[in-house]
Design a protein around this ligand. Sequence first.
Ligand SMILES: Cc1cc2nc3c(=O)[nH]c(=O)nc-3n(C[C@H](O)[C@H](O)[C@H](O)COP(=O)(O)OP(=O)(O)OC[C@H]3O[C@@H](n4cnc5c(N)ncnc54)[C@H](O)[C@@H]3O)c2cc1C
Length: 426
Amino acid sequence: MTALPVSLDDRAVLPGDSRYPLLRSTYTTRHSPAVVILARSHEDIREALAYARKSGLEVAVRSGGHGLSGSSSNDGGLVIDLSEMNGVRVLDRGARLVAIGAGARWATVAGVLHAHGLSISSGDHGNVGVGGLATAGGIGWMVRKFGLTVDRMRSATLVLADGSVRTVDDRSHPELFWAVRGGGGFVGIVTEFVFEAVEVTAVTVTQLTFEGAAATDALARWDAIMRAAPRELTTTIMLHPDGGVLTVVWAGDDIPAAEAAIRPLRRLGRRPSGGKLQVIPYAALVPGAHLHPNVGQMPAVTRNGMVDELDTTVQDLVLAAATEPDLMMQLRSLGGAMFDVVADATAFGNRHQSALVIATTFAPSTWATLDRRWAPLEPHFTGAYGNFESRPTVASLRLAYPAATRKRLRELKSRYDPEGVLRALP
Ligand SMILES: Cc1cc2nc3c(=O)[nH]c(=O)nc-3n(C[C@H](O)[C@H](O)[C@H](O)COP(=O)(O)OP(=O)(O)OC[C@H]3O[C@@H](n4cnc5c(N)ncnc54)[C@H](O)[C@@H]3O)c2cc1C
């Protein structure tokens, strides 16, 4: 390895450094990079990129290290870790504009914004990093009310592969701003985002259980109910062989309105489910208790697909998969505000599917069970979410990025990262 430039000496963590064990891996994968650069500035990133190019080192970019494919670390290469670029600042309370460093975690963001009476719908886990989620989508607990996390983005600052820095928005480098909102990891290293937050800080939640999913056509009915439901309602289902647990989130604290919307969902199974509604802070859904270092502790593999409609055919295939003891099957409702954004307005182009199907298998299980159960479902998928994919392939890329989106991303990739320094488009 070429000697590190002096300017990076105090930013570099090498094997043998006491910090290295906590910085080498991701949440789902274990790795041995040659060096991790704890970047604090654009200059650090620029120097790290120049050094990687000179030394022929593969580059990985890491914000929170929660990426499911493990792409935020590598073996023998250089990792640009943004965890110290993690500020959360309210820029303009009236306009609800908030600047967030890519290295912040969503638990921290939710906690800081709560104190200002604001929130941003992100995902379901507080330890997920801002950078990885906000460059790819962000399907959160209030997605049907406020859209994807990328839909609330108003500008972003990124370092391009050649080391130059751009602040991009609708007027300045709009093509890069388009790419950052769904395909950001392919075109640059985002250091800071500006989001327009929302005033909702309280949510109404409950969990409902149902049995007899196939007999009562519970999943197909859930999909139909959710497509007609008020936008405030977002739900997910964690399945077991004969039924499931429905997590219900209503964006706001209007309990009677929430109860009216939830009522049909109480009758999905053979017996009504009586889960009591509770108003909690949004920040409690992505709490600080989620925060932890990522050391490869969750060796899981995940796949996903979106369906236009979850009919009884899809329902039966999903339920059959849920009978596998080592497969966790989850469904998420989409729609609402997510559909307000036209498909080609951002690089997140899947804007019409009503439900997301997610399958996860944990070590020591292999891919085999997942693949066997996934194969009959695949023809039903019309889209996918890049961030719920552990094994990005050409086929999964095609699902995550519709043809027109892929074409635009490839053009931008060849313009802004011609040598392929950053994450490859498979
Ligand atoms: C337990 C768990 C729960 C999750 N729940 C949700 C959820 O509810 N909703 C949802 O939408 N997603 C969810 N995800 C998926 C999540 O969006 C991705 O894993 C995301 O990549 C994590 O972001 P990160 O910064 O931690 O990723 P990292 O592992 O740090 O990065 C992953 C990849 O993102 C890209 N990237 C990261 N930072 C930047 C940056 N600053 N600039 C450019 N590219 C960057 C890089 O290509 C990198 O390889 C979940 C993941 C896990 C493990």
